[in-house]
Design a protein around this ligand. Structure first.
Ligand SMILES: [Fe+2]
Length: 440
């Protein structure tokens, strides 16, 4: 019989979710970077155009000065040449500015009101600390009456090689040029998203195949562990003269009671393992004690009690079986603290062990063994009631007795194969869920 896990379903679901999440993160990260980079480049390009055009005014000024035109006239003629520049208006044009000469006289040209409205740029002003040195320039993107513009401050060299004047001006971008500042970054982001999408689409089948193999491999490992658990349970049942059916029934009873009590999947996994292997330590008990018919002497009983320690020793060697230790070590504890080996009372006994203590006795009494007949249900319940609060947890006993008659009627009708089938179903339900964390 093969365990069936919904591998493909959860591998697909988890993989798609992960890929979408990673794709989104990468898109946001690279797309965001691309947006800022491309926008920066577009802005630099616009500034470059403005600066290029300002070199014309510098050249004009120098040409006039070299030709002997007085400085004042050179400045005005240079300003006029700037005002008259109407070529290359596809990108933008100078709308306003201030021309500072060395003596700090300033000459406003163009629309001075417009210049004054430039946000974040002191076009009209006289702050020398804001002036760049020769060979440098200051530029920034600004908004002028809802239009995108570039504010540029550049020095102009005089014939003596010193700064003769500074031009602080506004270069208004045309709507097309301004739109490029947004459209180009958007195109870059779109390209990034497309690339991420294409890579994810290409990677999906490859990762899916690997993930399925990994999940199936893990499923096989889990199956091997469960089979080994069943084999060990079967081994001790044969040694003890018991049957597999007892292991299956007591596990099914325990799981149903645990479900009724709302125990977690993890706790129920430990319960299943513990129920199967609770008496594994009996392998270490010698035959004249383990197989002795009739009552054991006090010394023999002391030897018999050591099966708990043997069990802890055996199960403790397997990390996968570690959650079975609670039942292996505490299945003979009693609610009033008179059990063994630790004599712990009440809630100090693990919940799974308190559950198992009830179902183990219930099945032992209600089923037929080679050396005894099965007791009728009413008699079994009466015996359990005698142990209420002393041997058994009273709340758990009440809860169990609510489901016991129906379960007992069903399980007593089942042969070993039917019990085994039900056990496989339960194992598939509780252990397969653990596989869902495989890709987490
Ligand atoms: Fe035991």
């Amino acid at each position: 019989m093969k365990y069936r896990y919904p591998l493909h379903t959860f591998v697909n679901r988890i993989l798609v979710r992960r890929l979408v999440l990673v794709g989104l993160s990468v898109s946001i990260l690279i797309g965001g970077t691309a947006w800022f980079q491309v926008r920066h480049l577009a802005a630099d390009r616009a500034v470059g155009v403005a600066l290029d055009r300002l070199t014309i005014i510098r050249a004009q000024y120098l040409r006039l000065r070299t030709a002997g035109v007085p400085r004042e006239d050179s400045i005005f003629q240079a300003i006029n040449s700037l005002n008259e520049m109407d070529f290359n208006r596809q990108r933008g044009f100078f709308v306003a500015g201030v021309f500072y000469d060395r003596e700090e006289d300033f000459h406003v040209f163009g629309d001075s009101t417009l210049a004054a409205s430039v946000e974040g740029a002191a076009i009209v002003g006289n702050d020398r600390s804001q002036r760049p040195e020769l060979g440098e320039s200051i530029s920034s993107l600004v908004h002028v009456e809802d239009q995108v513009a570039i504010h540029v401050v550049v020095p102009i060299a005089g014939t003596d090689g010193q700064v003769a004047a500074w031009v602080s001006t506004v270069y208004l971008l045309t709507p097309d040029a301004a739109a490029e500042l947004t459209s180009e970054p958007l195109q870059a982001v779109g390209l990034v998203v497309l690339i991420v999408l294409a890579i994810s689409t290409l990677l999906y089948p490859v990762i899916l195949k690997l993930a399925r193999r990994l999940a199936e491999f893990s499923g096989d490992l889990l199956e091997a562990n469960l089979e080994m658990m069943e084999a060990l349970g079967c081994a001790i049942a044969k040694r003890d003269g018991d049957t597999d059916a007892h292991n299956y029934r007591v596990t099914i009873y325990s799981v149903r009671l645990a479900e009724k009590e709302g125990l977690s999947t993890k706790a129920i996994q430990g319960l299943i393992k513990g129920a199967f292997l609770h008496d594994i330590g009996k392998i270490g008990i010698r035959d004249n004690v383990l197989l002795k018919p009739g009552r054991l002497t006090e010394d023999e009983f002391s030897v018999m009690k050591t099966h708990v320690d043997h069990g802890l020793d055996i199960v403790g060697r397997s990390r996968w079986l570690h959650d079975a230790l609670a039942i292996v070590g505490s299945h003979h504890e009693k609610f009033d603290g008179h059990g063994y080996p630790a004599k712990i009372p009440g809630d100090m006994i693990p919940a799974t062990a308190r559950i198992f203590a009830i179902t183990d006795v219930f099945d032992a009494l209600s089923s037929e063994r080679p050396y005894k007949e099965a007791l009728p249900l009413e008699r079994v319940i009466a015996i359990l009631e005698e142990g209420r609060g002393t041997h058994f947890d009273p709340d758990l006993l009440t809860s169990f007795l609510l489901i016991a008659p129906e379960l007992h009627a069903k399980l007593m009708d089942w042969g070993t194969e039917e019990l085994r089938t039900e056990m496989f179903r339960i194992n598939g339900q509780y252990f397969a869920s653990g596989l869902e964390t495989l890709l987490a």
